[in-house]
Each structure stands twice: as structure tokens, then as C-alpha cells.
Design a binder for this molecule. Sequence first.
Ligand code: SAM
Length: 323
Amino acid sequence: APRASSTVAVQATNDDATASKLSCVTKGYIHDDFVHMFVRRSIKRAPLINRGYYARWATMRMLLKQFLDSGIPNGSGLPQKKQILSLGAGFDTTFFQLVVEEQSVHKFVEVDFAEVTKKKTMLIATKEVLVSKLGPTKPEIDPGKGEIVSEHYSLLPCDLRDLKTLDDAFTKAQLDAKLPTLILAECVLIYLEPTVSRQVVKWCAEKFETAAFVTYEQIHPDDAFGQQMLRNLESRGCPLLGLHDTPTLESKERRFTDLGWQRALAMDMDAIYHQQLDPIDRGRIERLEIFDEFEEWNIMQAHYCVAYGVKDDTGVFENFGFS
Ligand code: SAM
């Protein structure tokens, strides 16, 4: 079997994620004002997939809100400046949604392969409603390079396999190593060779003084469902190169604590769904579609997890994470 993922195939996983998100928006699982601007056509997904994507979205959003709400008084009466760095951001719309919700951060930086950032730059540049969200000062938009640099938002090309390009993005976006930073890697590290994802995790720990790094990815490659999951992605040209290196919750935690993070926690999506997500909203979405795939649902959710590492000597992240 081929062991190198094709970059084109890995990039295509982003189209999949975007289409799934739109399906969830259309069905009323999640609210997002912008995702339809990033997908050509709407695809109907099975209730199982919608529910899974809802759980993924709700978990990431919950951690994001915790980060936004967290903070220590800085004496100035002004809100603390915070940063978000999204690795392999794809067509994620969170930045725009936060502007609408008046929850913007000081810097929101997205990186992905140039092929992806070029497409995203074009999609943003051609929509006034999106450009207008980039802030009062005129943004620098370069569709040829796939770059947007504005006061609060940057979109930059980067290949995570080459840390020099990540360093360049850090500099260009004017990220500040001292500000509290939330790093997101949603379905990204799992496509990288373990040596590469470890370098990325380590780079982030060394770069930022106060940060949390959140990943969403697969676990348990060895049972029947795990084998199926591996084969599916492998047949699409993007094997889950990282899955044998971090096949369990413990190994996802250790990847952080081994590489410069002070504490780490990983939880599978089955547990997160039942123990961490808002039960009222869960009740709401469970009534949206007829659902009878309960066995498959539990098995599927047990094969995905959210893991995070925290490094913090200031207390900003004291209450960050699962309860
Ligand atoms: N994080 C987004 C989300 O959850 O909607 C997109 C997820 S998509 C499954 C994976 C993304 O990771 C793709 O956009 C892909 O291009 C990006 N990616 C994979 N390997 C990468 C690399 N070596 N450098 C930069 N981006 C990468």
C-alpha cells in the first residue's frame, strides 16, 4: 500500500469537511453565516455524519469560547489580547463568524498548503461581505501567493513539513510569542508523518510562552472499524500516517507532555458527547433527523478524540479544558 499521502488528496479532505459543515448548517445542527460561500454545491449527508460533525464542531467551539472567556485582569481595564493559530485551517469560517458574534481576537492566523490558501484567498477577495470583515485598515490580499495579511486576520501558505514556512507565517502575521495563544489542528496532524507532527507540536511549545494546542483526530486503528477507517482514507490517497504513532488517548497526551507541554488531556468523542457538550443543545440536535444508527454511532465516536496540551505560567488557561 502507498505510504506517502498525496498532497492533492489530503487537500481534498478539506472540501469534504466544508461540505459536511454546510450539510450541518442546512439541517440546523450548527449556525454559520459563511460556510455556504466556500462550497460550490450542497451535499446531503447521512444523519450519522451530521451528528458526528456537530459533535466535532461543538467541541472545538466550546474550547474556543473557553479560551475567549478566559483571562487574568491586566489592570488596564481593556480585554486581554489573544491569538489563534489554525494549522491546516482549510476553508474554516470561524474567523468571520467571530467577527459577527463580536468575539474577535487580536490575531487570527490560518495556514494551509498554498494550493488551499490560494483558493481561499480568491473566495474571500471576491466577496465584499467577507473583505469587509477584515477590519478597518486596508488588508493586503495577494491571490497569486495565496496570502491575506490584515490587522486581525492573516491567511498564509505553509507546508507543515517544512518548519521554515511556519516560521515565515508567524513573522508575516506578526504573531506575538508572549500573548496567550490557542493553536488548533483539526484533522490535520494525523495526515503527517509522526516525526513531522512531533516537530510541529514541539515548535509550538518552544515558540509560544502561554498556549493551548488542541487537536481533533482519529484513534484505535486496530479494531474492525479502525481498519475500515484506515482503508477508506488510504484508498482515497491520504493514509492516516500518524495513527500508528498515536493510536490511543494516552499516546496523544504523551505527544504533548513529551514535547514541552505542561499538562495534556485526551478524551474520545463518545465521552465528550455525553459528558462535555451542552445537554440542551444535544437534545435539540437529536430531534432534527430520524436517527437509528445507534450502534454505529457509538463505535464511530469512540474512534475520534480531542486532545490538548497546555503550557501556562500566567493562569490564563487555568480553567481551560474538559471538566
Ligand atoms: N482544519 C480544517 C477543518 O477542520 O475544517 C480542515 C481539515 S482538512 C481534513 C485537513 C487540512 O490540512 C487540509 O486543508 C490540508 O490541506 C491541510 N494540510 C494537510 N497537510 C498539510 C501540510 N503538510 N501543511 C499544511 N496544511 C496541511
